[in-house]
Ligand binder design. Structure first.
Ligand SMILES: [Zn+2]
Ligand SMILES: [Zn+2]
Length: 246
């Protein structure tokens, strides 16, 4: 807690000394207007360039010769509540650093910027014409309160704004805290998140196609449960957009 406080204070001091410091690596801007969306050229390039092939269904990084018929070897035997996952990149390097930063309250500006960057770089890959609404994965109220904000919500709002789609942050609620410790098996992880979400009372989702948004997808259990919850409430189809796939 104290270390987090010290880190936040250092970030604030740096932002004061270098008003235009890169939001990820904190390098000061050498000349005006050479940063893009608050990112230095090196970070922008690293965050927006996905050098790997990925599975069109679960967005896991795969080798160049992987058979991707009906998903990849990681997901082929798994049933998800969503159709497919779109990512900015793999959970590594500068993108991972950026995601670790948005997990503290001082990262809210960066979470906004990443929404803009996602829309700019991957927006055209989405079936935007089909999507009726963007829905962020909610945090349990206690976690949102202790962090100061929900990073997935800040990212989703800005993403939606740049895609010119509505965003409904209160549509899905997390009604139970889901401890993040490592679950030994896929079925245990699924059990851990079962019933964790609820759709807002009175929400009309029948026939809608939704874009569910989170910062990172690891096993997909949480996103799948959230998508199932939306579909049980009438949504016809759920796509997923994440910053990174772990
Ligand atoms: Zn940078
Ligand atoms: Zn896959």
């Amino acid at each position: 807690m104290l270390r987090q406080w010290a880190r936040d204070t250092i970030h604030q001091l740096l932002a004061w000394v270098y008003p235009n410091a890169c939001l990820v690596c904190e390098a000061p801007e050498p000349q005006p207007n050479c940063f893009r969306h608050g990112l230095c050229p090196g970070c922008y390039e690293a965050i927006t360039t996905d050098r790997h092939n990925s599975c069109p269904r679960c967005s896991q990084t795969v080798g160049p010769h992987t058979d991707l018929e009906n998903g990849c070897p990681h997901c082929r035997s798994v049933s998800f509540g969503f159709e497919r996952v779109f990512r900015l990149g793999p959970y590594e390097g500068r993108l991972r650093e950026a995601i670790l930063r948005i997990k503290s309250a001082s990262g809210e500006g960066l979470a906004d910027m990443l929404g803009r960057v996602w829309a700019e770089c991957r927006g055209s890959s989405l079936p935007s014409d089909e999507i009726d609404c963007v829905v962020p994965v909610p945090l349990y109220w206690w976690r949102k309160w202790s962090r100061g904000y929900n990073q997935a919500e800040a990212f989703a709002r800005e993403l939606a704004r740049h895609l010119k789609l509505p965003c409904q942050a209160g549509l899905l609620r997390r009604v139970r805290s889901t401890p993040q410790h490592l679950q030994p098996s896929r079925s245990a992880r699924r059990e851990n998140v079962r019933g964790a979400f609820r759709v807002r009372r009175g929400a009309k989702l029948t026939g809608l196609t939704l874009l569910l948004v989170d910062d990172v997808m690891t096993t997909g259990s949480t996103l799948s449960e959230a998508a199932h919850t939306l579909r049980r409430a009438g949504a016809q189809r759920v796509y997923v957009a994440v910053l990174a796939r772990d």
